[in-house]
Design a protein around this ligand. Structure first.
Ligand code: 13P
Ligand code: SF4
Length: 305
């Protein structure tokens, strides 16, 4: 039996659904039951029927799946896969900001830990942030933790008053203006598609900014033949697979999230073999955090509809 057959057999025998983010290893994307951006993955996790959810992504994604579907057993492929941006904001900081800005809505990027979500009013992802924030009754918005996504949303919604956190994604932060200008000079016909986690100077030079799923869908619909992609290189698998006649270039060589890349084929195999044993601990959150952190996620699903 080859690895693919073994993985399919284990999924069925153990009643597991494998959900994967576009940034993980392409071999894992190929064997997942569903691949998506953070918003699509959250919706999928909320409605899954299998007893076990195995997440190929990072810890906040597994936590969100548990919050949205608490009756299921939720696992991530590698317990050490976290998100450095999520760790840049603490629940304490949110409590302090609430005292300082009592009128503000606390809008929490889904790239955050459950304890921080528990102190927030609503969650957003990069694909629904504008839509969700627009619907909030509060004028003042305290947006955590991603400063770049916050600026991107603020530009679209000038009627709102933003208070910014200083968080950022180290992977997208590495994509710099000089390298983008050099890539544009090398590929003058290429359109630039960027993720809103990139800095403003990158978005200003871009033809389009959107979530991973939105970038993939834009490239599919657009007639241009060449694209410079300013986000994690995991998206290249879907981009090239869906558009074999088009060309995709990264801005820099190291557009790689080390945590997402912990989701390898051998980890997937290991996780499926050990699901339900002490060698693959499931995601557990205390009852109070579960109750409180679920609310902003549910609110997001309601407002983003
Ligand atoms: P999206 O898939 O929602 O665009 O998120 C990008 C990201 O950084 C996930 O960690
Ligand atoms: Fe976090 Fe950035 Fe990695 Fe996404 S790409 S998981 S935001 S560090």
């Amino acid at each position: 039996m080859n690895t693919r057959e073994k993985i399919c057999k284990l999924k069925q025998e153990k009643d597991v659904v494998v959900l994967a983010h576009y940034y993980v290893d392409q071999e894992v994307q190929k064997l997942a039951d569903f691949v998506g951006d953070s918003y699509a993955l959250a919706k999928k996790a909320a409605e899954t029927e299998q007893k076990n959810i195995l997440f190929a992504g990072v810890s906040f994604m597994g936590e969100s799946a548990k919050l949205l579907n608490p009756g299921k057993h939720v696992y991530i492929l590698d317990q050490t896969a976290g998100c450095p941006m999520a760790d840049m904001v603490t629940a304490e900081q949110v409590k302090e900001a609430r005292e300082k800005y009592p009128e503000a809505a606390v809008v929490c990027y889904v790239n955050s830990n459950a304890a921080v979500k528990a102190e927030s009013d609503v969650c957003v992802t990069s694909s629904n942030a504008v839509r969700v924030v627009e619907k909030l009754k509060q004028k003042q918005i305290y947006f955590i933790p991603d400063q770049h996504l916050a600026h991107f949303v603020a530009e679209m919604l000038p009627e709102k008053e933003f208070i910014y956190h200083d968080g950022y994604c180290p992977t997208h932060q590495k994509i710099d203006r000089e390298s983008l200008l050099a890539a544009k000079a090398k590929h003058p016909e290429a359109l630039v598609l960027s993720h809103p986690e990139c800095a403003k100077e990158i978005l200003e030079l871009s033809d389009y900014a959107g979530s991973t799923a939105e970038i993939i869908s834009y490239a599919k619909k657009c007639e241009a033949e060449e694209y410079i992609i300013a986000t994690e290189t995991g998206v290249f698998y879907q981009l090239e697979d869906e558009n074999p006649q088009k060309k995709f270039y990264p801005v820099i060589d190291c557009q790689v999230c080390p945590d997402m890349k912990k989701n390898t084929l051998s980890r997937l195999e290991y996780a499926l073999e050990h699901i339900g044993t002490k060698d693959l601990p499931e995601i557990e959150l205390d009852e109070k955090t579960m109750e409180q952190a679920k609310q902003p996620l549910m609110q997001m699903l309601k407002l983003a509809r």
